[in-house]
Design a protein around this ligand. Sequence first.
Ligand code: DLZ
Length: 170
Amino acid sequence: MMRGQEQAPAPLADASRLRIAIIVARFNAFVTDRLRDGAVAALREAGAAESAIEIFPVPGAFEIPQAARAAAETGRFDAVVCLGCLIRGDTPHFDYIAAAAAQGITAAAGDTGVPMAFGVLTTNTTEQAVERAGEGRDNKGREAAAAAIEMATLYRALASTQSRPSGFRV
Ligand code: DLZ
């Protein structure tokens, strides 16, 4: 996608009353550590308390949905941020694991009712992965954290009897 077609990131919503779990794969840690740091920085910037951010490392992207589901089922979190990095090689593992991660996270979010953000990079090269885990705003971990905050805030508002928002009408 060309740069100009990308949407400007929405400002971070308030996360001061949210509890967020971060599930991060250790595979390709040179990238996923940076995704984790980007996510944590965004949550802090949005006002999340240090004690409200819990990080759960897992071996690889395949295990992310399992841990995300388990974290959500504790009832302790308003949202889950899922972080991993798959770099396409000569192995068909890439497609299997990418599909398992995406479908597993989707199913876990649907089944548990806890919103989950997808910060799993799927790239052709190491360079592309590093580019998406950069400093500041060029970091998909940050984007995933922003999505998690927005979705947790929406779910909370929809569940509230006092401030239930209406969707836009056409
Ligand atoms: C096995 C494997 C391979 C080949 N590639 C990756 C990868 O690029 N990114 C990643 O997060 N994990 C990879 N894994 C590990 C699997 O996700 C999983 O941890 C193992 O198959 C053990 O279940």
